[in-house]
Design a protein around this ligand. Sequence first.
Ligand code: PEP
Length: 254
Amino acid sequence: MFKFRKPLIAANWKMHKTVTESLSFVKEFLPLAAGVRDIDIVICPPFTALLALSMVFENSPIKLGAQDVFWANQGAYTGEISPLMLQDLGCQYVIIGHSERRHIIEENDLIINRKISAAKQTNLTPIFCVGETLPEREKGLAREIVQQQLEKGLQDLTAGELVVAYEPVWAIGTGINASPADAREMTGFIREQLAILYDRTWAEGVRILYGGSVKPDNIAQFMNEPDIDGALVGGASLKAADFARIVRLNDNGS
Ligand code: PEP
């Protein structure tokens, strides 16, 4: 499988793993992923484990990401974490607009737009999540919803380093992945929208991930799709052996 955009596979650990558990994951994972050279591997642990992992990743190709960020660099924002603080810890990526933050924490498109803007200004690459709910899909609104999320999330922002993750909400953590055909249709649509919002040359360079119940046994089918450049993986990234199979695209690597 040749991809002219370098594939990226990111682990979203959500609110899982203490520092000790994070370190033991990495100890097991690093040798298992040692042969993987042509894929960017990003691990997004909870904020509390970022420092410990950044020290371990210093001499490794694994990149560090955060699961969220605030939009200001400092100030009276109790409990928030700034882009500058993430950069200081060695983060290169940050997930923004994850459906759990949209639906549980009630983050809206304006907040997401501010966060993407702040991340870009600090040279953190946003992994910008978009995706429709099941009722929206059933009403035939998937494209419209994703188009609005892209337009509002990127409003007034210049083109630049960006990763978009298409994550249908009904596929996240449910064990029910989108079919490769549905994921192909939506990721192709996202690239078209990026070309309309900016320009085609830039849009062709943006990495678009699929997320939603990705597992070792289905990663290869998604990676074969022309507009899918990687995956955002939740549950299956929590076990080192499973995540290693995913970044090896389920190849046993022998
Ligand atoms: C996610 O957290 O972004 C995700 C896709 O979760 P899962 O792989 O568990 O569906």
